[in-house]
Structures are given as structure tokens and as C-alpha cells.
Design a protein around this ligand. Structure first.
Ligand SMILES: [Zn+2]
Length: 406
């Protein structure tokens, strides 16, 4: 019996197998503990993987000094690019190989985490990134990895997947292996204050979309729902607060923890159609991931809510931050959820339609074909075909609030 069918019977709980792999350390200025935590993992020489923006913000220097003051050797690779490719991993490898490192610290957004994980695969197991595309392809143990996010978005710090694109074809390869998961996710809200406003907006909507999609997938279960709902409860009220006042450290903390919990939800229940439809927009038109997912999300909710079990799951999600109350009726709860998502997209000042992002209507058919082949589409609560994706894209060309989904 599938998880999907069991959800339609309230008295039967879907089966799951959850092994927590990542210790979560949360708190203001908790980054000060990185040396102690690395030593606890028997570190001697640490590779810090980060990007130039994090160096400019001063975070890389700070982490380097904390590690050194604990007697550890430190090497810094600070050339991570957004949406990292096999080339980025190869460059990181040349630095890592030269110094006999035994521990890796990923410092930054999802791209730093992905590059660090990709490098860890190759350092410990050899071969090429392509060899680890899929699930559980690494046979040897991997180096201890500490993830320190500086954005509240991907939740990669709580996931065992590395997303690396082929440098030539730009095909995104998801390399999933429990051994690639961080041993420690170090969540310090102070590090996220330096995010530029656009990054706060894009990554915040992405985290919220993770909570929404994981709450309804065919793989959802009672444990994953705890993470989805708690994440949604933390992020929905906090997102407008961090946009209005970027220095609000309490709201930053709720976003950071909410993003990590949504990442844990993904680890347990995967994602859905909004992520499947977003990838072709990024690959073909360079639409930033968070904006692509965000614009599609209300349409996907409307499409999925035609499935009775998904409708109830959305209504229950909307009840977590008290956007709606299930007892007032499922229909109105889903409408309230969509209205709140629209208002969050407006607060983020996202484009009103795909046309405003330079997406061409003539490519809808092609993008729909690609979206239907995405792995994440297979976990969507309602079966979704190419023609459905075509309608979703078409709806997303309407100025927001006027499209009626599929
Ligand atoms: Zn995402």
C-alpha cells in the first residue's frame, strides 16, 4: 500500500524509516563553537568551502580564526558559484587534495553546501560526480562535514543530497547518500543578517515552498509532517518581518530554524510539482530558484487541492500558523492558504507573471515536457502529466491572483 493511499484512511499511519544523522546546534553566536565541534569529530586539518560574498561579509575569516584558535589547520576554498557545476567541484578538489584534510566545513548558502558535499564524494570515494548521481552510490565512509548556513533557504544543512550540474549539459544531478549528510548543522542567526535583501526574499520563499510541498507529497508521513508544519509555523509570520527589518535577529532565527526543519522534511518526504516545474525556468531562462518555485506554488496548490487527501493536508498545514481553521471547512482553508502565499509573494516583490521574467510562451510545451520528467514530479500528491504542466505554466503567465491554475 502506498503512502498516498494510506493517507486517505485516517486510522492507518503510513510506514517510515527515519534515521537522524545531523546534530542541530542552534543559537545566537553559536558559530563560536565551530572549533570545539570540529575537534569533537577528531579534526586536524579543516577545509572551509565558501563563496566570495561570504568572504566579503567577514564570515570566512571569522570561522578560519575560530578553527585556528582551537589548534586546527585550515584551508579555505572561496570560489563557489551559484548552482555549482562539476567544474566547481573539480576546482575545490585541487585545493582539498593538496593538504590532507580530514574534515569539511560548508559555509554559505545551498551552493557552498552542495560543492562541499560533491567534493567529499570524490575525495573519499574517487571517480566523477556522475558516479554518485542517484541514491546510495558511495561505498566508502565520507569525511565529517559541518554545515553552517548563512541563508535561510535550501535546508541543505539537514539533507544528504548534493545537487551538482554537469558543466557542459547543465543537467542537474542529485547525488543522495546518507554518508553525505552533515554531522553537525550549526545554525547561527547572526550569520544570516548579512544576506542582501533579494537573497533574503528568494531563499525565504524557497523555504516556505519546501514546507508547503513536503506537507502533501506521496511520501509524507506523520513524522515528516511535524517538520513541515513547524517550519511553516515559524516561517510564515517571520518572512515579512525579515523583509521589513533585516536586522530583526529573532525573526532571522525563526527563518533559519524553519528552513532547516523544512530541509529535514524534504529528507523524509521529498518535494513536488512546483519544484519540478521550476527547474526548466531556471535552466532555460535563468529564473532564480526561489522566484521560479514561488510563482508556480499557488497554481500547484490549486491543482493538487482537487485531490481530497491533498486538500485536507493543505488545510491542516494552513492551520499550523493559524491562517485558517480546518473546522471552518477545507475549501475555505485552502483558499486562505493560497491568499497567504500570494501576499508573501507580494511582500517579496516577485514578478507578477512569467512574462515579466522574460519567459517565452512559445517554450511552454518544451518546458512542460522537461518538468514531467523531473524526479520531484513523481512525488506530487496528484498525478501530473505534461499537459497539466502546460496549464500550470499558462496560468503563471496571468498576472498573479487572476489565474485559476489547472
Ligand atoms: Zn527549493
Amino acid at each position: 500500500m502506498t503512502a498516498k493511499s494510506t493517507r486517505t484512511k485516517p486510522d492507518s499511519l503510513p510506514a517510515f524509516d527515519y534515521q537522524p544523522r545531523t546534530r542541530i546546534v542552534f543559537g545566537l553566536n553559536s558559530v563560536e563553537r565551530v572549533g570545539e565541534l570540529a575537534r569533537g569529530l577528531d579534526a586536524k586539518v579543516v577545509l572551509v568551502v565558501t563563496d566570495p560574498g561570504i568572504v566579503t561579509a567577514g564570515h570566512a575569516d571569522r570561522v578560519e580564526h575560530i578553527l585556528q584558535s582551537c589548534g586546527l589547520g585550515v584551508l579555505v576554498f572561496d570560489e563557489v558559484h551559484e548552482n555549482p557545476t562539476t567544474r566547481d567541484v573539480a576546482k575545490c578538489m585541487t585545493v582539498a587534495k593538496s593538504a590532507g584534510i580530514d574534515t569539511i566545513v560548508g559555509l554559505g548558502g545551498g551552493s557552498s553546501m552542495d560543492t562541499a558535499k560533491g567534493c567529499n564524494f570524490l575525495l573519499t570515494n574517487g571517480g566523477r560526480v556522475e558516479d554518485y548521481w542517484g541514491i546510495g552510490k558511495a561505498s566508502r565512509p565520507m569525511l565529517p562535514f559541518i554545515a553552517i548556513p548563512t541563508t535561510a533557504g535550501t535546508g541543505s544543512e539537514c539533507q544528504s543530497a548534493a545537487l551538482i550540474a554537469d558543466e557542459h549539459t547543465h543537467q542537474k544531478m542529485a547525488c543522495l547518500d546518507p554518508k553525505a549528510a552533515a554531522r553537525v548543522a550549526l545554525l547561527d542567526p547572526a550569520l544570516t543578517v548579512s544576506q542582501p535583501p533579494l537573497v533574503t526574499a528568494h531563499t525565504g520563499i524557497d523555504a516556505i515552498a519546501h514546507a508547503v510541498e513536503t506537507a502533501v507529497t506521496t511520501k509524507r508521513n506523520d513524522l515528516s509532517l511535524m517538520f513541515s508544519h513547524e517550519s511553516f509555523k515559524l516561517t510564515v509570520p517571520s518572512f515579512p518581518q525579515v523583509l521589513r527589518n533585516p536586522k530583526d535577529i529573532q525573526a532571522r532565527g525563526r527563518m533559519l530554524l524553519g528552513a532547516a526543519l523544512a530541509g529535514t522534511a524534504i529528507e523524509n518526504s521529498m518535494l513536488g510539482a512546483a519544484h519540478a516545474a521550476a527547474n526548466p525556468l531556471t535552466a532555460r531562462f535563468d529564473v532564480v530558484h526561489g522566484e521560479a518555485v514561488g510563482i508556480l506554488l499557488p497554481h500547484v496548490v490549486r491543482f493538487n487541492a482537487r485531490d481530497p487527501a491533498a486538500k485536507r493536508a493543505y488545510a491542516e498545514l494552513a492551520s499550523a500558523p493559524e491562517i485558517a481553521c480546518v473546522s471552518d471547512g477545507l475549501e475555505s482553508a485552502v483558499e486562505a492558504l493560497i491568499a497567504r502565499l500570494e501576499s508573501l509573494l507580494n511582500a517579496a516583490q516577485f514578478a507578477r507573471s512569467l512574462a515579466d521574467l522574460g519567459v517565452k510562451r512559445s517554450k511552454i510545451k518544451l518546458m512542460a515536457e522537461e518538468a514531467a520528467k523531473q524526479w520531484t514530479a513523481s512525488f506530487n500528491p496528484r498525478s501530473i502529466l505534461q499537459k497539466d504542466f502546460e496549464r500550470l505554466y499558462l496560468a503563471a503567465f496571468q498576472p498573479r491572483g487572476n489565474g485559476d491554475g489547472a
